[in-house]
Design a protein around this ligand. Structure first.
Ligand SMILES: [Fe+2]
Length: 333
């Protein structure tokens, strides 16, 4: 039936290859796929925007684009368009690389026939649908994780109204520092989530110990420090896509080994935890707390982390934090 026909755009500049594709379909009696041809990347991208296609077949060597850049250009403009890459017989590795770069399939020119080409086109369309469904599921799971994080934060804030907003501020600064350090997106997401939840265990600490302006005694300090283990106990049951619980466990570790609970040193502390430690210290000093009569302020906070640079704190993280504030990439509201 006409409406069941697949509409395929073939971006191929070689007239011999265009003829070959047409002949392959004719010889094998393939009449369920309508082919349209384009001879350049620019024209192909224009046609994809001007009409509706189900799939695009791409020759990687075009007059105006060469290699995987051709595929990337199409995928960037039309990320959900199923793509089959056409490669030469000596270029199978490029075909496999194309699949890693987002193509749904590849075919070696001269080593295929109309049936194989038809199968590849149908496979590419079905695979794209499956990939979209998987992405939808991953997005939904991420929303569930983020919803759980929000619920935990709200619960903690109901218990400790003096520190409302603290987790979001620390997360904002930690993300800015991670960005300044050039961390990959997944690591930044881990930093963000760990920063939101790092002190969740304070729900177990009596507010009269947590929010006292005067210096705590040894016993009170020990009780306060248990919040790290309690945080991890609360979080351990959540299967985060990132090592959030491990980062939370290390958020009070110091580069010189003077932190707690493990007394870890240097590189044994995860970079995410080193970032969190700096962001937490800055927020603690820079932002007013209702129970504290005097706020040291941002300048004092930055002077303090500079002083502790290379001792308590990772020098690269301190430098990134100073740069973030100097260049206005993070501001306290
Ligand atoms: Fe903490």
């Amino acid at each position: 039936m006409e409406q069941d026909k697949i509409k395929a755009l073939v971006i191929e500049d070689n007239p011999d290859d265009v003829r070959l594709i047409k002949e392959m379909f004719r010889e094998c009696g393939v009449d369920t796929i309508d082919l349209q041809f384009s001879g350049s990347l620019e024209d192909g991208i224009r046609l994809l925007g001007a009409s509706t296609f189900d799939v695009v077949l791409i020759d990687l060597g075009l007059p105006d684009s060469q290699g995987l850049e051709t595929l990337k250009a199409v995928r960037t403009k039309y990320p959900e368009m199923p793509a089959v890459v056409l490669t030469g017989h000596a270029d199978e590795l490029t075909g496999m690389e194309a699949v890693r770069c987002g193509a749904q399939d590849y075919l070696i020119k001269g080593h295929t026939d109309g049936h194989a080409l038809q199968s590849s086109i149908r496979y590419a369309i079905e695979r794209e649908k499956l990939e979209n469904r998987l992405q939808d599921t991953a997005d939904r799971l991420l929303r569930i994780v983020n919803g759980t994080v929000d619920a935990l934060i709200k619960m903690a804030e109901i218990r400790d109204m003096y520190n409302v907003g603290q987790q979001h501020r620390v997360a904002g600064l930690a993300v800015a520092i991670g960005g300044e350090l050039g961390l990959p997106a997944v690591q930044i997401e881990c930093v963000r989530t760990a920063a939101l939840l790092h002190d969740i265990g304070k729900v177990a600490i009596p507010p009269e110990i947590l929010n006292r302006p005067e210096r705590r005694g040894q016993l009170e300090t020990s009780i306060e420090q248990t919040h790290v283990q309690v945080s991890c106990d609360i979080l351990r049951g959540i299967e985060f896509p990132w090592p959030v619980t491990e980062v939370v466990m290390q958020h009070h570790e110091m580069m010189d080994g003077s932190g707690f609970p493990g007394g870890l040193k240097g590189d044994r502390i995860m970079i995410e935890a080193r970032i969190l430690a700096v962001a937490d210290e800055v927020d603690e000093m820079a932002v007013a707390r209702p129970w504290r009569p005097v706020t040291p302020g941002l300048e004092t906070a930055l002077a303090t982390i500079s002083e502790k640079r290379g001792k308590s704190y990772d020098p690269r993280v301190v430098d990134a934090c100073l740069k973030v504030f100097r260049e206005g990439k993070y501001k306290y509201g």
